[in-house]
Design a protein around this ligand. Structure first.
Ligand code: DAT
Ligand code: MG
Length: 151
């Protein structure tokens, strides 16, 4: 597996509920490297682009509205297998299907308020990172503990 990047967001409900630190803590403790992060309120237009693949779903308009209703934390995390592993750490789309120990399994109840976003493939991760971050907002840096995380 390659040292890839993924787009993770603490959604507005996660921010409102004070779960930002808890979510960041899990990715940090796992050993992944934070390479970009901003606290921002996204426009509905921006979210329509982000969720373009879901444009034909009945919940699309409500989803874009809720996601733009308050500030969120947009992040880019890097590491070997981070796209897939982050999805595992998040749990399933529906919190009710998410196992305890996962973020959605531990902290939320309804699919429409599931507190975190994570890219679902390397291809969409690349697209999403480019949609949410300018190149100068992403940082390549050496983690001091890297040789203790990777062989
Ligand atoms: P995920 O966020 O796990 O990648 P997705 O890409 O299929 O899931 O959908 C994006 C978001 O849309 C999801 O996090 C919550 C919302 N959503 C999905 N299915 C829904 C449904 N049946 N009703 C309401 N909201 C839904
Ligand atoms: Mg998705």
């Amino acid at each position: 597996m390659v040292r890839e990047r993924t787009f993770i967001a603490v959604k507005p409900d996660g921010v409102q509920r004070g779960l930002t630190g808890e979510i960041i803590k899990r990715f940090e403790a796992k050993g992944f490297k934070l390479v970009g992060m901003k606290f921002m309120q996204a426009t509905e237009d921006h979210l329509k682009k982000h969720y373009a693949d879901l444009a034909d779903k009945p919940f699309y308009a409500g989803l874009c509205k809720y996601m733009s209703s308050g500030p969120l934390v947009a992040m880019c995390w890097e590491g070997t297998g981070v796209v897939k592993t982050a999805r595992t750490m998040m749990g399933e789309t529906r919190p009710a299907d998410s196992k305890p120990g996962t973020i959605r399994g531990d902290f939320c109840i309804e699919v429409g308020r599931n507190i975190i976003h994570g890219s679902d493939s390397v291809e969409s991760a690349n697209k999403e990172v480019a949609l949410w971050f300018k190149p100068e907002e992403l940082f390549s840096w050496t983690q001091s503990n890297e040789t203790w995380i990777y062989e």
